[in-house]
Design a protein around this ligand. Sequence first.
Ligand code: AVI
Length: 332
Amino acid sequence: LNPSASPTFVQVHLEDTGAVQAELVAGLIGTGARIAPKFLYDALGSRLFDAITELPEYYPTRTEASIFAQHGQAMASRVAPGSVLIDLGAGSCAKAAGLFPVLNPGGYVAVDISVDYLREALGTLQDRHPDLPMLGLGQDFSKTFALPDAARTWLSGRKLARAPRTVFYPGSSIGNFSPEEALDLLRQARVVCQSGGAGGGVLIGVDLVKPAGLLEPAYDDSLGVTAAFNRNLLLNVNRWLGADFQPAEWAHVAFFDAELSRIEMHLQARAALTVRWTGGERRFAEGERIHTENAWKWRAEDFSALLQEAGFGPASHWTDASSWFGVFWAPA
Ligand code: AVI
């Protein structure tokens, strides 16, 4: 029996319902209501996000793909062959799988909040790469990121404990963290990279600063898919809290704040209304907003400096012809 012929799955402890509810209520009752962006990604939200990536206005996904296609070989000259590719927010695993032929990893660890989401994708991928050891890790890495003991045991069992580790974080998901949070995540990623053999590092996709006229339509598209994605968060919150949000009562608002260098997404009450949930309620005035997401846009030199501040060595990066998006490599 080939021990690597089927993927292994490990689910790391998830927050309990009470803690999630307490976090939601705290965000709703304060002045300046907010709901964390993770609530955008229930089953429907994940599908809507997939649809967003195909919209004409949403340039990041296809621009990043073009950079991988054009510069994959150059990236491969930095990434140690045989390294363990640790894919953060792997989802369908498609981006990493597209790079297997050039990066030649020795193992693949797909990390996403739920192993259930990974099960199908990783199973199919394993059939296509029967000799590549694969681990699906159900982990919310947004607050703390470290490989759990079960993953380290799995790596040792496949003789990968001393293989270099490449943390792969495409899609500009790092942009949904504030600069301070991003620094913290990168520091933790470096510890993971350093815990294998020499030659580890990060390979990370970052959306770059550009005029508001290009950025804003990407977050407020003409078909209204991003608006549906944003409003769907309310349906998810209704399930978590037993709340009675009516999505139609909320307008999608997205704009670029050039000073903070970030897109902000909000939901804005179309009229005065009251939202009730089990054990509480909140009155919203007409025009009052709930802040649901930020997407920071980086200048390439600032992101290289952030990598260095996190302890990484000098970064290389590749962009498209218009410098809309950057893929960065930095050695641990
Ligand atoms: C997942 N993340 C990188 C997306 C972004 O562009 O910030 C989420 C998104 N929000 C609205 N559209 C896409």
